[in-house]
Design a protein around this ligand. Sequence first.
Ligand SMILES: CC(C)(COP(=O)(O)OP(=O)(O)OC[C@H]1O[C@@H](n2cnc3c(N)ncnc32)[C@H](O)[C@@H]1OP(=O)(O)O)[C@@H](O)C(=O)NCCC(=O)NCCS
Length: 154
Amino acid sequence: MSSKFELFTNNMVVAVGIANLLNKNSNLPLKYTGNNILLDGAKYFVEIASQGVIGCIALIMENANMSKTFHLCVHPDFRRKGIARKLKIKAIENCQTSYIFCTIREDNIASMRLSLSLGYISVKKLCNYDHDVWVLGKRVEMRESRRRSEICRL
Ligand SMILES: CC(C)(COP(=O)(O)OP(=O)(O)OC[C@H]1O[C@@H](n2cnc3c(N)ncnc32)[C@H](O)[C@@H]1OP(=O)(O)O)[C@@H](O)C(=O)NCCC(=O)NCCS
């Protein structure tokens, strides 16, 4: 069945939207460009509204057992609507390893709460220049992983 909507855009448009969102709204030391995003090897999940990319998260496989999410960000006008939760769940569902982790600044209460509510546990604390960062991880349940459910259906 054909889709009701077709999205006419290209990867660079989305990548620039992600870079702009991160540059304006995340407390990151680097400034990103569309090329940085396209070339970083991660898979991105995005929320798009009329003004472009308003939410994103990146997922990358670190090794055979472990994946990482990063660059979680939601535009301030769209916060507290469940977008970050939806994006993070989507990333977990698409994770192809048994474990997934993320790093969160100690003072980022919103992101800490979100991860803890999704079953992440604090693994260790790292000192990072002027602030501390928590590493949080979780085991990916079989029902959460689309890849494994697809394998089961074969
Ligand atoms: C953190 C961030 C991604 C949350 O996005 P969001 O779409 O507003 O989050 P959600 O609406 O999906 O909320 C999910 C949960 O996070 C927690 N949370 C979100 N915002 C919060 C806030 N301001 N204060 C406390 N808890 C908060 C809550 O537990 C919430 O669940 P609830 O609504 O059932 O209580 C967003 O604030 C953001 O982009 N911040 C700047 C970038 C950033 O810090 N990224 C994370 C880096 S690790």
